[in-house]
Design a protein around this ligand. Structure first.
Ligand code: MG
Length: 225
């Protein structure tokens, strides 16, 4: 069983990962679009999860795999029809994650009106750090600075204050469409600066001052033998 590990020793089974597309205007712009009227939601399965120190297995089917650093929110209680104002009471904790994306496969899906499951949900496509318990932040959903380095070079650096839809708004929306369960998480979207990663790259992602994540990229053909 895959488990989230909290900084206070608590553990929680990894369940469905709900991911938000284009939640920062500057990233939407670099993808050639603008923030959509309704949230763009897709799902990664639990087997996409890898923990700090793990390996991203880069699928051979893609020639252009991208990093997307994101705030990850882990749900602690069942959510059905939760209001934005009440959302904070359902959050178990916060982490930094990378929404690893086969960009060429995603583009092909977009161009043909097909789902993103393969482009976004493959094995090891969801590295997530240790979880910082929500109670550490009192009665607020805080803003976090987040950043990502590839081989020690800074590629992404922003703040969750620039999210178009807040964490609370996303919980409200998801709790009405899907309902949420303990162990579900939300990848809240990436800021600008996404780019390619290749075999041998070391990725270092941070929620500055709170959580860090280090993972290595390995080509699939040298892993699945
Ligand atoms: Mg993303």
């Amino acid at each position: 069983m895959r488990k989230y590990k909290f900084k206070n020793g608590k553990e929680l089974e990894v369940k469905t990962m709900f991911c938000v597309g284009q939640n920062y205007a500057k990233h939407a712009a670099e993808m050639g679009g603008q923030v959509a009227t309704d949230p763009i939601i897709f799902i990664k399965p639990p087997q996409a999860y890898i923990e700090n120190g793990g390996k991203i297995i880069l699928p051979d089917m893609s020639k252009n795999i991208h990093h997307e650093v994101e705030l990850v929110v882990v749900i602690g209680k069942e959510c059905k029809n939760i209001s934005e104002d009440d959302a904070i009471n359902y959050i178990a904790g916060y982490a930094v994650g990378i929404d690893v994306t086969m960009r060429d496969v995603q583009k092909q899906s977009k161009d043909n009106g097909l789902p993103w499951a393969v482009a976004k949900g493959f094995y090891s496509s969801a590295p997530i750090s240790e979880i910082i318990p929500a109670e550490n932040f009192g009665d607020q959903i805080p803003f976090f600075d987040l950043s990502l380095k590839v081989n020690n070079q800074l590629r992404q650096n922003s703040s969750t204050q620039y999210m178009e839809r807040s964490v609370a708004k996303l919980i409200e929306y998801l709790s009405r469409v899907f309902t949420l369960e303990p162990g579900d998480c939300i990848f809240t979207g990436t800021p600008e600066g996404v780019g390619q990663i290749v075999n041998g790259d070391i990725l270092f992602a941070e929620l500055n001052n709170y959580a860090a994540l280090s993972v290595e990229c390995v080509a699939q053909n040298s892993f699945f033998k």
